[in-house]
Design a protein around this ligand. Sequence first.
Ligand code: AMP
Ligand code: GLY
Length: 424
Amino acid sequence: MKVLVIGGGGREHAICWKLSQSKRVDKIHCTPGNAGIAEIAECVDIKPTDFDALIDFVKYEWIDLTIVGPEEPLAKGIVDAFRKEGRKIFGPGADAARLEASKEFSKDFMRRYGIPTGEYKVFSSYIHAEDYVRMMGAPIVIKADGLAAGKGVIVAKTVEEASDGLRLMMKERAFGAAGDRVIVEECLEGEEASFMAFTDGKTIVPMVSSQDHKRVFDNDQGPNTGGMGAYSPAPVITPGVQKLIMEKVMEPFLRGIKAERMGYKGVIYAGLMIKNGKPQVLEFNCRFGDPETQAVLARLDSDLFEIALATCEGKLSEEMVRWKEDASVCVVLASGGYPGSYKKDLEIKGLKEASKVKGVTVFHAGTAFEEGKVVTSGGRVLGITATGMDVRAAREKAYEAVSKITFDGMLYRKDIADRAIAGK
Ligand code: AMP
Ligand code: GLY
């Protein structure tokens, strides 16, 4: 079988890596890919949003299954375009992808199906939003309605900070049209965790839990990023909490997509806040998380291709998805300056040494080949992922591998998984 993976980050490297272990997969193509993916897949330079070119490619290469990594092509309707041509593709259609692409749609969906989430109001007028923020007081959360690459959320500690956020989004249009409508949301407290599940639209099968590290610096300081590291499992998701997540979040979600006839075949990701054992949803994403996927797929015992194919064919079942007992940790190495501006084309050294550490897989994100060398080409550069008998053991191996890698300005958090180990 031939598979096309769309995207070129750490998540897509982890997907390609897991697919490459399948006996049923003969060839993997990836677009655009990166220097690490190029070792296991053939990279092709087609834009993830150029659907015509992608469909031509899939026909020409006789691709059996396409798996979509990032949100943008999903929101723009890649799945609908492929299905119209009778092509198998893993991901939700554009209507369901609004669960991620529009926070207003997502919050309204949660309300319709009784999914626990913070109270909220939606505004398209700056003046009304400002009034409401003053009335509610701080802390309060301001969210741009549309996609803003994980940067359109401000958790404001003061009313002034919230007003500044509203001005930035609605008046200065820092996120363009994404900020024309803004959600003002109750600030939730607790411990965050990520919970992903496979669904073929009929059945929903959970993955193991994980936890992201969104802020750029240690101790959750500095601006939000795409994610600086992850571990799995997240101790806050005890078996009891997982049962509640399935009952209160995942099953109502499935009821909702059925009732609204959304053709959902792919991954649903719930960003959760857990307080006193009760989950509330911060956001839905319609795809695999990054870097959670690197940590989660490192623990998948089953064949990802079989799961993805069954998902697309409406044949998904619990028995198909088995996990290893091992825990995992992924430490992201980023370019100095990220999530702001950063330099590119800096040589990365020590990749081979790092991957020799037992239990470690080096997932590439923003990397490229230049004159025979692997160089940086993006904000998040690598995701050093290790498995071990528990999170502590996995963490130790991940950081041992990190110590072998160097590039100018290399930035990473030194406290990934510390909370899990401290038992907080
Ligand atoms: P989102 O993109 O909606 O997940 O938001 C990014 C980050 O902002 C989350 O991971 C949380 O850390 C934080 N956040 C979002 N919504 C809330 C909320 N209602 N209360 C507290 N923190 C939030
Ligand atoms: N790590 C958060 C996300 O993938 O959106």
